[in-house]
Design a protein around this ligand. Structure first.
Ligand code: IMP
Length: 431
């Protein structure tokens, strides 16, 4: 039974939630391994819409064990609210949710610092989700953070938290620091919020090793996308975690040999939310149309997403960085009405033609796309259930992606509902 990784191959919002949810029908375990509640994974089931920020998308499938790995940063208050909104009986989620003791907690001071640092950056802001993600990861790397496991001993937790907050006081305006760095008050609040989850704290790595030994199907659910990786992304316009497939090992506590397949999710066009370079961005009516038809507004912040054509230079980089075995193309139906569809095949940088992602960040900023156009199909694809029934031009578009990236497209999503999925090769075999 395989362990499969799903990662976003672009700048996030590729539609991973729907794909994880579909694969979770055959999975035994679904694991989040990085990020926090900056993610927004949307799943449509019948007339119901679910948006997950922190819970693994497998939570909707009753037989699935959901694990929040140690590479995640956790806002306990928002976790509680999310568990309330999805209306799963408490006895059910208690049975099916486990949280690594290694997750770092997002504290009120992290949220305040996220806001303060964005304000300080002014025009050079990152455009973060203001959820405290960056400051929480910064504390983790600086060894000044607090972890969920720390809450298991009150006196230990109070000591750790105090030293964490002492270091923050000078970084915030005095009145705000008095509030969010009040160690006794924050400790009381976090200890109360953590209490309901004490019984769910686990050694995620050990749990996953046991599941693998029992030949369970394991799905690792990436959040954000490759180009937002803190190392390989468009730094500094990135998130603060490792979003690439390699992040699974450190974020879930498994070794590299414990991964069997890696699937990249590619939206049929490109979007990005927040600031930073985006070479294939469209600043015209077509970009506006993609945003409108694709409903391209952030699931977490509601911000309009920037839209553009598919970028093969960027995607080749994603294929390499993640060792992608296969690709899932999502939101194909958003292109249904178009008479032609663009693909960025190379960049022009200072008069040079460039086919690899530039090393110099200023070159990335200045990269001008070179376009190739394919014919559109101008008919509806949502509801189509087999590849053969897709219009010829849509098949050609998919085959072009496969050929240029040298990776097979094994699934195509056209339409919002979980049932609207063309499966060319099932990810998990029959159980
Ligand atoms: P942060 O993760 O809140 O620190 O934000 C850093 C950057 O990552 C910003 O450009 C965000 O818009 C972007 N980002 C964070 N989470 C997501 C996501 O789930 N989808 C798309 N972009 C995201």
């Amino acid at each position: 039974m395989p362990s499969i990784v799903i990662v976003g191959a672009q700048w996030g919002d590729e539609g991973k939630g729907k794909i994880v949810d579909a694969l979770a029908a055959r999975a035994d375990v679904v694991v989040r391994f990085q990020g926090g509640d900056n993610a927004g994974h949307t799943v449509y089931s019948g007339d119901k819409k679910y948006v997950f920020h922190i819970l693994p998308s497998g939570i909707l499938r009753s037989g699935v064990l959901c694990v929040i790995g140690g590479g995640v940063v956790l806002n306990l208050k928002n976790l509680g609210e999310e568990l309330q909104t999805i209306r799963i009986p408490e006895t059910d989620w208690r049975r099916r949710l486990r949280i690594s003791g290694e997750v770092h907690l997002i504290l009120p001071c992290h949220i305040a610092m996220d806001q303060a640092s964005e304000t300080l950056r002014g025009k050079g802001k990152i455009g973060t989700t203001l959820r405290g993600i960056g400051p929480a990861y910064a504390d983790r790397a600086a060894r000044t953070g607090v972890r969920l496991a720390d809450t298991l001993d009150e006196s230990w937790f109070r000591t750790q938290l105090r030293s964490c907050l002492d270091a923050k006081r000078g970084c915030l305006p005095e009145a705000q620091a008095r509030d969010v760095c009040d160690a006794d008050r924050v400790a009381d609040e976090i200890l109360a919020l953590a209490k309901p989850y004490a019984g769910l704290i686990a050694d995620a790595g050990q749990l996953l090793a046991d599941a693998r030994r029992k030949r369970k199907n394991i799905l690792f659910e990436g959040a954000q996308g490759t180009m937002l990786d803190v190392g390989a992304g468009t730094y500094p316009y990135v998130t603060s975690s490792h979003t690439v497939a390699g992040g699974v090992c450190v974020g879930a506590g498994v070794g590299p040999h414990d991964i069997d397949r890696i699937i990249g999710v590619v939206k049929a066009y490109t979007t990005r939310v927040g600031e930073g370079p985006f070479p294939s961005e469209l600043h015209d009516a077509t970009g506006e149309m993609l945003r409108k038809i694709g409903g391209e507004y952030g699931a977490t912040t509601g911000r309009p997403r920037r839209c553009g054509w598919l970028d093969l230079v960027q995607l080749r980089r994603a294929v390499r960085l993640n060792s992608l075995d296969e690709i899932v193309v999502t939101k194909l139906d958003v292109l249904d009405a178009l008479d032609r569809i663009g693909i960025c095949t190379a960049y022009r940088v200072g008069g040079r033609r460039v086919t690899e992602w530039p090393v110099n960040p200023v070159d990335v900023q200045q990269a001008e796309p070179e376009w190739e156009y394919l014919p559109g199909w101008q008919c509806a694809t949502d509801g189509v259930t087999t590849f053969a029934k897709l219009p010829k031009a849509a098949r050609r578009y998919i085959r072009t992606i496969e050929k240029r990236l040298e990776v097979p497209v094994t699934m195509i999503s056209a339409g919002k509902d979980r049932a609207q999925l063309i499966i060319r090769k099932p990810a998990f075999g029959k159980k």
